[in-house]
Design a protein around this ligand. Structure first.
Ligand code: SAT
Ligand code: MN
Length: 587
């Protein structure tokens, strides 16, 4: 396989001259190709075949111990003007960035195979989908890209028809974090990543293309590329409504996307469309329509268990790649929260010492699996037009302050709510865990341009449609003073989704507070719910004093964006602050 697209062919030639691979392989995406790649990796030790009886076609990959998560401090947005990248991104001028990273790419594929990986983000026939080509020297990356995207022949055919594609160059390099960079050139629709073989650093279709470059393309073309799951929620009357929800990495998006209703909510059903990324366009009808650009899940393994996410657990017993999980004595994958079993080997492959107190699986260990293996995968997930979104939900991981749920009074307020999201950091990125940081729209690590311009783009939708989704904020992670979670979470979160959908339909009650519209405890479906009234009241309380302090923090965060912060957002901020200060219910 080669191509009749001259731009693609000359780029591959140019990269080969720079990186000097031994071989070039154009990926066709076939099952045979996948099987051969996997076989070669098993032989080289890059993959370990798992127990063929319990886990047919499942493999374990152990990454380098210093390469286990996204490295945000080594991730750059390289625009001509620094202000276009914004204070939310690391920045180097493009010429300097190219020079720096090309020096690392020089000769880096000697002795290796250069794989050309054409892929499509979104259903192959969808007008909302966009294509890319990743060049990589990692067979592990190729295998993951085949699960995560529509990869191979059909994608190449679409690229040859359309002519445009995102260029992504990747090499694992020498895996030394000193020589690791993930650089984005949105003005050239180009990504260059070296020195990491892990997740979002290396599977370039995901965060690099679908979010960082995607958000840039989306602004230019008038749509939204967001870090959101998409689900269809079917009520007992048989109606299904679609919801998109943004949470930071490792805050339960995969669990929410595959939620199983509690026994006390018969007749409800949740349909999975996507668990991580949503691309949303305004339809001719004025509604926002979403597709999942991905074809698989790259989910966090720890905490995935029979109670928290049985749907995911059931997807993981065949045709799956595990990364950095632990291993049982009979070669089954294992992680904390999966079962009571004691693993034999930790994620590094060392005999597991249970008394060490250390986790056996890496906290950011992952599974890569096709969405088609998901029992709740929606029949609408492959629709070229996507699904219409009724509600957008923002959320974070907050021990304190943020109530279980509230609704923004309108789109503009909703943009403020999204822009103000803060969350405790998780193991999905290197660095301290559990520190509260601002993570607007859960896009802090993923917005490919200045957040000020991004919020302006969000605000502009209000001028384009009066049928936009309603916007909400949720927090499943409130704790009491002793560190106990106040809300049971998981399947019970459907009760909150029920209120949200009933608000969208104009059927549920709410009280106005300065921060937005809240349910009273009696407005939530609490039938057979094991939470007492005092706890519910705590979950739904608005502490004006603490919110004042929060707003001061938001103000100093917003000030970083200087004149790029939209005036519409400032005036909305001031409206909320006034309402809080004067203790008024509504401004
Ligand atoms: O490693 S990824 O960036 O793909 C996963 C995540 O952090 O959400
Ligand atoms: Mn994510």
């Amino acid at each position: 396989m080669t191509t009749n697209n001259a731009t693609l062919q000359s780029w591959v030639d140019e990269v080969a001259r720079l990186t000097r691979p031994d071989r070039i392989h154009w990926c066709d995406g076939s099952a045979e190709e996948y099987a051969e790649l996997v076989q070669a990796m098993v032989q080289s030790g890059e993959l370990l075949a798992l127990n063929a009886e319990t886990h047919p076609n499942c493999y374990l990959h152990r990454s380098h111990p210093t390469d286990v998560a996204r490295t945000e401090h080594l991730t750059f947005i390289c625009t001509e003007q620094r202000e276009d990248a914004g204070p939310n991104n690391n920045w180097i001028p493009p010429a300097e960035a190219h020079a720096k990273i090309d020096a690392l790419f020089a000769g880096c594929m000697q002795g290796r195979t250069l794989y050309v990986v054409p892929y499509c983000m979104g259903p192959i026939d969808s007008p909302l989908a966009r294509c890319g080509v990743e060049i990589t020297d990692s067979a592990y990356v190729v295998a993951n890209m085949r699960i995560m995207t529509r990869m191979g022949k059909a994608a190449l055919a679409r690229i040859e028809r359309e002519g445009t594609f995102v260029k992504g160059l990747h090499s694992t390099g020498d895996l030394n974090p000193e020589r690791r960079f993930i650089m984005h050139f949105p003005e050239e629709l180009t990504i260059k990543s070296i020195g990491s073989g892990y997740g979002g650093n290396a599977l370039l279709g995901k965060k690099c293309h679908a979010l960082r470059l995607g958000s840039w393309q989306a602004r230019d073309e008038g749509w939204l590329a967001e870090h959101m799951l998409i689900v269809g929620i079917q009520n007992p009357r048989g109606e299904t409504h679609y919801v998109a929800a943004a949470f930071p990495s490792a805050c339960g998006k995969t669990n929410l996307a595959m939620l199983i209703p509690p026994a006390s909510m018969p007749g409800w059903k949740v349909w999975t469309i996507g668990d991580d990324i949503a691309w949303m366009h305004l339809g001719e009808d004025g509604r926002l329509w979403a597709i999942n650009p991905e074809a698989g899940a790259f989910g966090v393994a720890p905490g995935t268990g029979p109670k928290t996410n049985p749907t995911a657990l059931n997807m993981l017993d065949h045709d799956c790649i595990f990364t950095n999980v632990a291993l049982t004595a009979d070669d089954q994958p294992w992680w904390e929260g999966k079962s009571k079993e004691v693993p034999a080997f930790d994620w590094r492959g060392q005999p597991y010492d249970a008394v060490s107190g250390l986790p056996a699986a890496h906290p950011n260990s992952r599974f890569t699996v096709s969405m088609r293996q998901c029992a709740s995968y929606s029949p609408r997930a492959e629709d070229a037009q996507g699904v219409p979104i009724s509600a957008i939900i923002f959320g974070g991981r907050r021990k304190e302050l943020a109530p279980l749920v509230f609704q923004a009074r309108d789109w503009r307020h909703g943009v403020l709510v999204g822009a103000s999201v803060a969350s405790e950091t998780t193991a999905a990125a290197t660095g301290a865990v559990g520190v509260v940081r601002r993570d607007p729209m859960a896009m802090q690590p993923f917005c490919g341009y200045n957040f000020g311009d991004y919020w302006e783009h969000w605000l502009s939708f209000a001028e384009r449609s009066d049928r936009l989704p309603k916007i909400f904020h949720v927090n499943w992670f409130r704790q009491d003073d002793s560190g106990r979670f106040l809300w049971p979470g998981f399947g019970e979160n459907l009760r909150v989704l029920q209120w949200i959908l009933e608000r969208c339909a104009g059927r549920a009650e709410a009280v106005e507070t300065p921060i937005g519209l809240l349910p009273r405890s009696q407005d939530l479906n609490t039938q057979h719910l094991d939470v007492d009234v005092a706890t519910l009241d705590a979950l739904l309380a608005v502490d004006a004093q603490r919110w004042n302090a929060e707003l001061e923090d938001i103000r100093s965060y917003f000030e970083k964006f200087d004149e790029r912060l939209p005036t519409g957002l400032w005036s909305e901020f001031e409206r909320v602050q006034n309402a809080l200060e004067h203790g008024t219910q509504v401004a």
